[in-house]
Write a protein that binds this ligand. Sequence first.
Ligand code: SUG
Length: 420
Amino acid sequence: MSTLVEINFDGLVGPSHNYAGLSLGNLASAKHGGNVSYPRAAALQGVGKMRHNMGLGLAQGLLCPLPRPNHGFLDALGLTEPADETERRLRAAAWSASSMWTANAATVSPAPDTADGRCHLTAANLVTMPHRSQEWPDTARQLRLAFADTAHFAVHDAVPACFGDEGAANHMRMGTSHAAPGLEIFVYGKPGGAFPARQHEQASRAVARLHGLDPARCLFVEQSGEAIAAGAFHNDVVAVANERVLFTHEQAFADPEGTYAAIRAALPEAEIVIVPTSAVSLADAIASYLFNAQLLTLPSGEMGLVIPLEAWEHPAVRAWLDGMLASNGPIRRVLPVDVRQSMANGGGPACLRLRVVANLATVDSRFLLTEARADMLEKLIAKAWPEQIDPADLGRDSLAVSVVAARAALLDALELSALA
Ligand code: SUG
């Protein structure tokens, strides 16, 4: 029996979690920009989701928040006291807790897919958004610690900044099982619309080459311009795959029929569950984040869909989900979770996790969650995470002191001070 399992590494919500409205094309970020955020509640919701999935009998990992405020970023911009709104936004960028969305941390190709039989991870450069472009060097450092066993893992630096790369949020993997060789599907956007197309085709192709993937088991698929224009700033806002199942909105891809045909040709066992626009419009799919779900293979072998509460409470989405559950489709359970604080920044259940297929014994155990560690995290968050942040507070010394101290306490508790 294979020892390779899927491990979901959730990003712990950082103590500086705030709503600064920094992501053009991400409708939730724009809508909530300027609102007061609740970092403590946000982080507890995140741990709650990890506990929920662990309770399903699944392996759960975690990644730590990155150091914020990022003084190196501010220094490089020569920014001390912001003089106008543009400079205030740049300062807010240095405070963003955006590393919580680990689906953007890296692209992962598990060992069965790669030429050298190791699991390859490439940190995503996230160059489209200033607040996200600062993540990757610290992310790569953390990945190199979590996946330090070079007999089993290879961690690559980000691809050159001329090609935007958003990591696993624009990458899907399908196959007969996690441990079997997979079909890796890279989804890129074409620029020219009202909103940025964050993933560049050449970034995806570079990642595939770096990972030593077999070209016969790679697809490069264009995301539909309509989806990006409607607010699908990442493909994982309109589609998600797991093993042989692709769950997708009808308008996710520029050439849907061509995409489905290519998937079926490469993986005859593929089951494609398409939600038609007539049942759930693109606008409703994006507002509810139905597709920003974790499609998981449960220990029973059934598939479950972990969705945000917003999707469960949305009438059109709920009607479609009820119909799906009553039918004989491959997704047998729908499991709503509360991640509202992250959702208000456009980060649903799928954004908060990075999937890695690996042997658990080869991963640094400090990055794996247990019930005892979840208890410890909850206590620490309740004590050390700020209760609320008004965006007007960003830049304040007293807030910086508490944010830095909270992260230091976390690293200390996880014995990860090497990341300080
Ligand atoms: O990059 N939001 C993130 C949300 C990332 C979601 N990830 C995936 N779909 N995988 C983004 O747009 C908002 C920050 C702010 O406005 O303060 C933000 O960065």
